[in-house]
Design a protein around this ligand. Structure first.
Ligand code: FES
Ligand code: FES
Length: 157
């Protein structure tokens, strides 16, 4: 089946199994290997992307369900190949070690900041509750998200 997907602002044609996991299609067919696959059960958050602006575990979405939706992966947040925004905040804040969880964390945080530009610490923790980091603990990640939220608010004033 031919599917037309809107990924990172581009319309792309994918031929394949419509019941394939969206995470597989993004990684294997479109080469968007920023998103990671871990548990494939919706438990780890490594595959988090934005669908119509909201965080979604791509391992739990089937390819055909993504048609007509706006898909953004971590590559879509990397302006001009330069780490921007949350990615830079994670690096600056020591919130990255092995990096396996980082793309999913960044996308979950992007979804939060789109919906809530001034989240409390508890709100950040809640938004990232579906994403597991086995390296840093969550404290440095939460601080990085709070720092980026503050930077964005300042940039708007
Ligand atoms: S791989 Fe999707 S939530 Fe773990
Ligand atoms: S940095 Fe290694 S799992 Fe989070």
């Amino acid at each position: 089946m031919v599917m037309i997907l809107n990924v990172n602002g581009r319309s792309v044609s994918v031929t394949g199994d419509p019941t394939a996991r969206l995470s597989h299609v993004l990684r294997d067919e479109l080469g968007l290997t920023g998103l990671k696959e871990g548990c494939l059960e919706g438990e780890c958050g490594a595959c988090t992307i934005l669908v119509d602006g909201a965080p979604v575990h791509a391992c739990l979405m089937l390819a055909f369900q993504a048609q007509g939706r706006e898909i953004v992966t971590v590559e879509g947040t990397d302006r001009d190949g330069l780490r921007a925004g949350l990615q830079a905040a994670f690096v600056a804040g020591g919130a990255v070690q092995c990096g396996y969880c980082t793309p999913g964390m960044v996308m979950a945080a992007e979804g939060l900041l789109k919906a809530n530009p001034a989240p409390s610490t508890d709100e950040i923790r809640h938004a990232l509750a579906g994403n597991i980091c086995r390296c840093t603990g969550h404290d440095s990640i939460v601080r990085a998200v709070a720092a980026e939220a503050a930077r964005r608010r300042e940039a708007r004033t």
